[in-house]
Design a protein around this ligand. Sequence first.
Ligand code: ZN
Length: 190
Amino acid sequence: MRCFNCYEFSLTTFCASCKKELLEYSLGIRELEGKFKVYYFYQYDDIKHLLYSKHKFYGYFILNALAKLSFSKFKDFFQPHCFINAIALDDKTYGAYSHTAILTRYLKTKFIKPMFNTLQAKSDIKYSGKTLEFRKTNKRLYELKKIPKYPVILVDDVVTTGLSLLQAKAILEKNNIEVLFALVLANAKE
Ligand SMILES: [Zn+2]
C-alpha cells in the first residue's frame, strides 16, 4: 500500500513524514459577512489532490485520516465549558458516506455534541465550478430537521464563497439558535 499524499510505500493512509507535514498547520481564520468567523486547517490548494479522491472508494480512508489529524485536534484550540452542538452541513449521503458527517464525528468531546441529519439542503443544486452569480441566485435554502439544544458550530469540508455557511447560519438564527462560528477542513478563497 502507498501513502495517499506522496505515493511512497506506507502501511498507513499517510506515511510518517506526510503525517508530520499535515500536522503542521496553524488554525486559519476567515471572516464572512456580519463578522462571522470561519476557522480552517488547510489551504485548499495544499490538499486538493487529496480531496479530489473524495468520490472514489478510498476517499473514505483519506477523509478519516485527515479528520484525525485536524478535527480531532480542535480540542487543543477550543475548550468550551458548556455544551455545544456541532452540526454537519448537508450530510445527506450522495455516495456511500457523508464528508461533513465524518469530519463532525471527530469533534466529539465531553462538551461538544455532534448532530447529524439536522441541516439539509432543499435543492440539489451543485455549486462546484459555478460562478458566484450562479450561487447567489440559486440559494440552497436549508431545512432544519432537528432543533439543537445548545449554541452551534457549523461544519463543512471546504469554504469557498461562504454562502452555504451564511445560509445555514441564517436559518438557525431565525429559529433563535446561537451560531458561534464555522469550522472547515480547507479554505478555498475565490
Ligand atoms: Zn507520504
